[in-house]
Design a protein around this ligand. Structure first.
Ligand code: F6R
Ligand code: MG
Ligand code: MG
Length: 370
């Protein structure tokens, strides 16, 4: 059977500031999706949060970009926004950019990661939820999982992984995509995905030699960029991603290992700073110091006939204590740089800033150096 796994997320109000999702908003989402499940619109769901982002994790058989699923998510966010307004939550409705839903939630503010695939006999699947960062934050770990043999032993040892994978990369400035094979084109792949504010991994596919269907993704990432959609800064584009694991794919532990560095990502404080990505359990998925640091939650499910088990909160584990400790040291070190690069983003990446105004103000005072 073919199942669609969709994560649709939005920040519809922070509690307090941009720290966390209020429990009332999660409750509204739970009620709404319980109804949708009862009416057979979706097969199953889980409601979660990372920082101030409300995350709807849903399974169904409607395929990707399904109008009825997107409209369900949109209505859920609208109801949650009303409650956020009543409670006086911060930035209520900030990620809902348009007043009326027009059939597809893409480009309207919320982030979406979706994929449709044929379920295997047993289907382990992980939902990754990030806050205070951008879609390019997934480039490093997705590359590690599916292309780096120092991370994923299966690329060497498991004959069904040995041929590697195909990466679909989006140029989010030019709205173009390219398919790149690993390991054959690994250096070309790295040459572009290292520029993570522009080139983002959108999906990963099996190679033709794999037993898995070639046109069904094994991973998908949200690639919305709110500031590009809205033309000006209106909030963050905190991303989500889906990764399937085991049996010809990276093992669950190889998938999680890719987050053990606390790698540097962009989007911390005012969308304008670099910081380490700290893997945390749900109980620690609230952004505090300097609105951060950027965080990632991993919820692991087994999927069967479109139904998901209760999630396992995979980073809520002492095995990631050292990564967290290291991330805290890096955070402290970077903070000492204040407004200096590379803690602050380079000028061309500043999405929420007075810099253009400062430059304009100083305009005529800049004199040619003789
Ligand atoms: C929001 C974020 C925060 C805000 C900051 C200023 O996701 O990253 O760091 O940018 O708290 O927020 P405003 O301008 O709403 O006061
Ligand atoms: Mg917010
Ligand atoms: Mg957020």
């Amino acid at each position: 059977m073919k199942t669609t796994f969709s994560i649709i997320k939005a920040d519809v109000g922070g509690w307090p500031g941009h720290a966390l999702v209020h429990p009332d908003l999660k409750e509204i989402a739970r009620t709404k999706l319980t109804d949708a499940k009862r009416n057979n619109l979706i097969l199953d769901f889980n409601i979660a949060h990372c920082g101030d982002d409300l995350e709807l994790i849903m399974t169904h058989t409607n395929g990707v970009d399904a109008k009825e699923i997107h409209s369900l998510a949109w209505d859920t966010f609208c109801e949650a926004t009303e409650r956020a307004r009543d409670l006086g939550l911060y930035g209520a409705g900030q990620d809902l950019l348009c007043d009326a839903f027009s059939g597809n939630i893409k480009g309207m503010g919320p982030g979406i990661a979706e994929m449709e695939f044929t379920e295997r006999k047993a289907e382990p699947i992980v939902a990754f939820l990030m806050d205070k960062t951008e879609p390019g934050a997934f480039n490093f770990p997705i590359f590690k999982m599916f292309a780096d043999p120092f991370n994923t032993a299966g690329l060497i040892i498991d004959p069904s992984c040995h041929d590697g994978f195909i990466f679909e990369v989006w140029d989010i400035h030019e709205h173009k995509n390219v398919m790149l094979k690993s390991p054959e084109e690994m250096y070309d792949l790295l040459a572009i995905i290292g520029a993570k504010s522009r080139f983002v991994i959108k999906r990963v596919f099996p190679k033709p030699s794999s037993k898995l269907p070639k046109d069904e993704p094994v991973s998908a990432i949200s690639t919305e960029k709110l500031y590009q959609i809205a033309g000006e800064y209106v909030g963050k584009d905190d991303p989500v991603g889906i990764v399937r694991a085991q049996s010809g794919l990276p093992a669950l532990g190889e998938v999680l290992e890719a987050f053990s560095l606390g790698h540097l990502v962009s989007g911390w404080m005012r969308g304008s700073h670099n910081g380490p990505l700290m893997p945390v359990g749900l109980k620690d998925a609230q952004c505090t110091r300097f609105d951060g640091p950027p965080r990632v939650v991993a919820l692991g499910f087994q999927l069967k006939n479109g139904h998901i088990t209760e999630p396992v909160d995979l980073f809520d584990d002492p095995a990631f204590d050292l990564t967290r400790r290291k991330a805290q040291d890096i955070m402290d070190y970077l903070r000492r740089h204040g407004p200096f690069e590379p803690h602050r983003l380079p000028m061309e990446d500043m999405e929420y800033t007075t810099l253009p105004k400062v430059m304009k103000k100083l305009g005529t005072r800049f004199k040619k150096i003789k």
